[in-house]
Design a protein around this ligand. Sequence first.
Ligand SMILES: [Zn+2]
Ligand SMILES: [Zn+2]
Length: 347
Amino acid sequence: MPPADASPSERADAALRRAVYYLDRGFEPAGKAKAFANARKVIEELGDDELESLVAAGKLTDLDGIGPSTSSVISDAVLGNDSEYLAKLERTTRQEATEGSEIRAAIKGDLHSHTTWSDGGATLREMVEASIALGHQYQVITDHSARLTIAHGLNEERLQSQLAEIAVLNMEYAPFRILTGMEVDILEDGTLDLSDEMLAQLDVVVASVHSKLRMDEREMTRRMVMAVASPHVDVLGHCTGRKVVGRGRPPSRFDAEIVFAACSRFDTAVEINCRPERRDPPEDLLELALEWGCKVSIDTDAHAPGQLEWQPWGCDLAARMEIEPERIVNTYGADDLIAWAAAHPTD
Ligand SMILES: [Zn+2]
Ligand SMILES: [Zn+2]
């Protein structure tokens, strides 16, 4: 909510951000959220006077990039009216766990999220504020590592700068905890895309395969086992790499018995990735991970604030699979989580 003395353009911007948030959490087509995000840029360029006169004349839609929905949200915000459009979006996009509601209530944070430091659409601050609003106690920030150049991944130098920003924000937002982390690429030979020295400095590390997803099954098994055996790796991210939306992408092939045995041995959690296009791992693999005694982490892999609300899907799945809360690492408090992440066996 904008402060009571906010200017008309500040009120319009806040309302448009709300719309983007609801559209993101509600799995609405990305184009819709983009239209509202673009409208924020259009409004930013207008002064308050011009904005108010366009609203008064009913001529907002004359502007490039402003359509009927965006203009109604902007007009209501400028005039101080309740927006029917926003109210309806709020109602229809709510994400609530059903059978997993107890697990959702036990969850204290999210271990996988991105910001504008890599390919996320929102700043660190925006992501943190959304996580706080959700009632989390902590948020792990896991931007991509350098090898993922299309995602503007972080090299050591940029990661150091991010850690400095997190330290400052942590003072501002205490007692909420912003935990440091990275979604580090598992390179083709199973090594990690960041030095051990840097990895050791991070609170929580998610390791994921993002390249050569179709490599030979034996090689992929070796690659994944190498990564989860690292004492710095805490979570194995979206293990099959499958995509289940649109044209989709088949899962990578690896010997899941061996990979999950390694996860269990080295106490690396298997991620339940809640992104709607990933929904990874599939249930049969998750079942196998549970049989091996693996812990799990229910993560949103959010690239925008509204996406931080995607955990209920994973909570419902965890409830259906009868996963005890003790095996879900997000139910730990921040200190316990950090202590667990720092204590993997090394052989
Ligand atoms: Zn990833
Ligand atoms: Zn990610």
